[in-house]
Design a protein around this ligand. Structure first.
Ligand SMILES: [Zn+2]
Length: 341
């Protein structure tokens, strides 16, 4: 039985098409996951528009934000059964003996390969998933929402693990894409006052941030940063897709404050980093997530503290991937979700 899949087949811009693919074979430690929903990520768009900065194993099925039911189990898999509702982490291939993996930080194993670029992802009906990637999804959490566990985990790692927020902190999040909005929502959960900053073209997405109790600011956030005592914001979360925003972050952060960078931007910088020295600022990167983060985020989503419904702009069958990608690319929706055709 063949299924339609969204395949990124070459490095050139626009090299994405629907192909019919066979059901994958699974190994002894894998499950066959029947996809219910898969989120479109900024990185899927980057591979489509060929402005990504990571190696891709062409041809590859796109999609790493997914959930569904277990359809079959490898013979060494324990603790799961057919029909279980699950979501999957993204680190499809890791070296279990890498020192980072040994301390539970397998997301930072440099040999790690993820779904959607290293191995076939989930924009199709069936995907092969190592059982160690699975997390149970409670029945009250729909797959349309559960498939967004992954970007929520990116936000949790950036805001909770890699920043140091206290209730009442003033936090500026730069970039109102999925990750930025979820970082803003996460900072609100930590008890922070939050401003979400974007461009003129981002007004619609800034309005989504308001649903999470965040101020929306177009352009310059200096006044908001200085509002309390004139010194600047306690923490800046940079979730924009351009490196130049680091300049704003350095300007808006208060002395002894914290900047967490979670947005990617391959462009080189042409400005001085001296404000980091002068202000005694911590500049922190944040990448991916690991098992305890997934468990906590699923609990937040299932418990209703974290509601991702406001960011979902629509659900399309994989065969209509182009419209779903376009809508997100143009900023008309924050997040597009697909389902098997
Ligand atoms: Zn993603």
């Amino acid at each position: 039985m063949k299924s339609a899949a969204v395949v990124n087949f070459a490095p050139a811009k626009g090299s994405v098409e629907i192909r019919e693919i066979e059901k994958p074979e699974i190994g002894e430690d894998d499950v066959l996951l029947e996809v219910a929903n898969v989120g479109v990520c900024g990185s899927d768009l980057h591979q489509w528009t060929a402005d990504h900065s990571w190696p891709v194993n062409y041809p590859v099925v796109l999609g790493h934000e997914f959930g569904g039911h277990i359809a079959a189990l490898g013979k060494r898999v324990v603790g799961w059964k057919e029909g279980d509702r699950v979501v999957s982490e993204t680190a499809a291939v890791i070296d279990q003996n890498n020192p980072m993996s040994r301390k539970g930080l397998y997301n930072l194993d440099p040999t790690r390969k993820g779904f959607g670029y290293g191995v076939n992802g989930a924009m199709t009906r069936f995907v092969r998933v190592p059982a160690r990637c699975l997390h149970a999804v409670p029945t009250q959490l729909s797959f349309e929402q559960a498939c967004l566990t992954e970007p929520c985990c990116v936000a949790f790692n950036a805001v909770v693990e890699n920043s140091r927020l206290k209730p009442g902190d003033r936090v500026i999040v730069i970039g109102p894409g999925t990750i930025g909005i979820l970082c803003a929502a996460m900072a609100r959960l930590c008890g922070a006052e939050v401003a979400l900053v974007g461009l003129e073209a981002d007004r619609q997405r800034l309005d989504v941030g308001k649903i999470y109790g965040c101020e929306g600011i177009v352009g310059d956030a200096t006044a908001w940063a200085k509002q309390r005592d004139g010194l600047g914001a306690d923490c800046i979360i940079d979730a924009a897709g351009a490196s130049v925003t680091l300049k704003n972050a350095m300007q808006w952060v208060r002395p002894n404050g914290h900047i967490t960078k979670v947005g990617w931007g391959p462009q080189p910088l042409n400005f001085s980093l001296d404000p980091i020295v002068q202000k005694n600022v911590t500049l922190q990167g944040s990448f991916s997530h690991n098992w305890p983060i997934w468990e906590r985020v699923i609990a937040l989503m299932a418990g209703g503290q974290l509601d991702v419904k406001p960011i979902i702009g629509g659900v399309w069958p994989v065969t209509e991937w182009h419209e779903a990608f376009e809508k997100m690319h143009s900023g008309a929706v924050v997040k597009s979700v697909l389902k098997p055709a």
